[in-house]
Design a protein around this ligand. Structure first.
Ligand SMILES: Cc1cc2nc3c(=O)[nH]c(=O)nc-3n(C[C@H](O)[C@H](O)[C@H](O)COP(=O)(O)OP(=O)(O)OC[C@H]3O[C@@H](n4cnc5c(N)ncnc54)[C@H](O)[C@@H]3O)c2cc1C
Length: 190
């Protein structure tokens, strides 16, 4: 009798369940749990341990096979779609990408679905280029007489984007672009 866990239902009941631990799920889980909700994150991919699971992080191109390039044979076999941008799949980080032959999908029209299945999702793979919106983004179409006016303005979402940007440590481009204000959290690209 002592092995029976009478609290199993309570212990396995959550206020929120987040599916996927990428940028969307990760930020949702962070916000929900910081607000005090008991939150469960379900992730289909493997666990990623910080530092330990970055085996190539301190390697120079000459430490890697083919100076970091992946052979055309390997691309054709495993990464035809993942490598469509031409720069994504390299020796130093190909292990973050799914293999297309193991995770195929059908395209009616070309659809580039580069992705990885692991804790953190594409937050581990992305380039951290994230352009901040400005008022122009929500008014440009009206000024040019195109489409329907947005029901919101940049000011309505600004507080949320500032929280997001500092959580992601994303970077903005050059300073001084009127339509793309510099992020408050990280220095701009040079
Ligand atoms: C190489 C590369 C560079 C990029 N550079 C930029 C950039 O510079 N700027 C920019 O703005 N964007 C960039 N992006 C795009 C950006 O990274 C993605 O749009 C963003 O990370 C997507 O976040 P997400 O949470 O929606 O999805 P993901 O990060 O893909 O997260 C989805 C998560 O859900 C998990 N999952 C999927 N199915 C299930 C399931 N059934 N059950 C449980 N878990 C599941 C996955 O394993 C994954 O962890 C880049 C993308 C790539 C691939």
């Amino acid at each position: 009798m002592s092995n029976i866990n009478g609290k199993w239902q309570q212990e396995n009941t959550y206020d929120a369940i987040v599916i996927g631990s990428g940028i969307s799920g990760g930020i949702a889980a962070k916000e929900l749990s910081e607000k005090g909700l008991k939150t469960l994150v379900l992730e289909r991919g493997r666990m990623v341990k910080h530092i330990e699971d970055y085996p190539t992080m301190n390697m120079a191109p000459w430490d890697l096979p083919n100076r970091g390039r992946v052979s055309q044979d390997e691309i054709d076999k495993h990464y035809q779609k993942q490598n469509r941008t031409g720069y994504t799949v390299q020796q130093g980080h190909k292990h973050w990408f799914v293999k297309d032959d193991e995770h195929p999908y059908t395209e009616v029209k070309r659809f580039d679905w580069m992705r990885g299945y692991h804790v953190g999702g594409r937050s581990i793979m992305w380039g951290r280029q994230s352009y901040r919106h400005s008022d122009l983004d929500f008014q440009a179409n009206v000024k040019e007489g195109i489409g329907v006016d947005w029901p919101i303005r940049y000011a309505d979402i600004a507080p949320g984007t500032i929280i997001l940007r500092s959580s992601l440590a994303s970077v903005a481009p050059m300073k001084g672009w009127r339509n793309c204000p510099t992020a408050s959290s990280s220095p701009p690209w040079k």
